[in-house]
Design a protein around this ligand. Structure first.
Ligand SMILES: Nc1ncnc2c1ncn2[C@@H]1O[C@H](COP(=O)(O)OP(=O)(O)OP(=O)(O)O)[C@@H](O)[C@H]1O
Length: 224
């Protein structure tokens, strides 16, 4: 047993396109310690999203071993994988994927209700997170009434709402202008550090990557 938040051993994934097999991940080994923030760098098409999907237990078709919080995910059935994901992981995507019919606050409250928080506690936590991200005036707004940077901040608050041990972020600021992107990333890192979560953040931006605790690079389907 390792005390890593996530431990990947020999993770592999290939796709078939037009009868041709493409090996995207080729035996990835990676361990992330509790509270460690790791940047996953690699050019477009190098497999960053594929790797995050594997760790997020969102898709099958992988070989190798994925351990999350000491549990071997491949040995779990789909219900237990869902529980593992819900209890230990948080996600931020390049596009926010917020629920359009819910307010900013409700988008952050809902995942907490799903793990049994009381409405009062969930709202207090949502308001505190959104406040820390400068959105105290936007609690009752729906996503369509928010700017791109504001939407992404709500997505950050939602991902952190349940204090996951590991936050997975796929180009979390990829669709924002450079200045907003830097600001949202700095706020994200501060909150993640503040609550002691670990994070794996895919990016192709070297400058953003340099702000994290460790940088790993995907090259030819492996971590360099
Ligand atoms: N479902 C799929 N079917 C076939 N090929 C796929 C599938 N998903 C990903 N791929 C291929 O796997 C490779 C890696 O894709 P992936 O999205 O993981 O890269 P990435 O590093 O995240 O790229 P980007 O930075 O552009 O988001 C690409 O060549 C892509 O075409």
């Amino acid at each position: 047993m390792s005390d890593a938040v996530v431990k990947l051993t020999g993770l592999a994934r290939s796709f078939e396109q037009g009868g041709v097999k493409i090996d995207v991940l080729n035996g990835v080994d990676l361990s992330i310690a509790p509270g460690e923030i790791v940047a996953l760098l690699g050019p477009s098409g190098s497999g960053k999203s594929t790797l995050l999907q594997a760790v997020g237990l969102l898709e099958g078709g992988f070989s190798g071993k994925i351990e999350i919080a000491g549990q071997d995910a491949s040995a779990l059935d789909s219900a237990d994988r869902t529980t593992l994901r819900r209890d230990h992981l948080g996600f931020v995507y390049q596009f926010h994927h917020l629920l359009p019919d819910f307010t900013a606050r409700e988008n952050v409250v809902l995942p907490q209700l799903l793990v049994g928080a009381s409405r009062g506690d969930a709202e207090a936590r949502a308001d505190s997170l959104l406040g820390a991200l400068g959105l105290e005036h936007r609690l009752g707004h729906r996503p369509s009434k928010l700017s791109g940077g504001e939407q992404q901040r709500v997505a950050v608050a939602r991902a952190l709402a349940n204090k996951p041990q590991l936050v997975l972020a796929d180009e979390p600021t990829g669709n924002l202008d450079e200045k907003t992107s830097e600001r949202v990333l700095a706020e994200f890192l501060q909150l993640v550090r503040g609550q002691g979560s670990a994070a794996l953040v895919a990016t192709h931006n070297e400058r953003l990557a340099a702000k994290m605790d460790r940088v790993v690079r995907l090259h030819e389907g492996r971590i360099e």
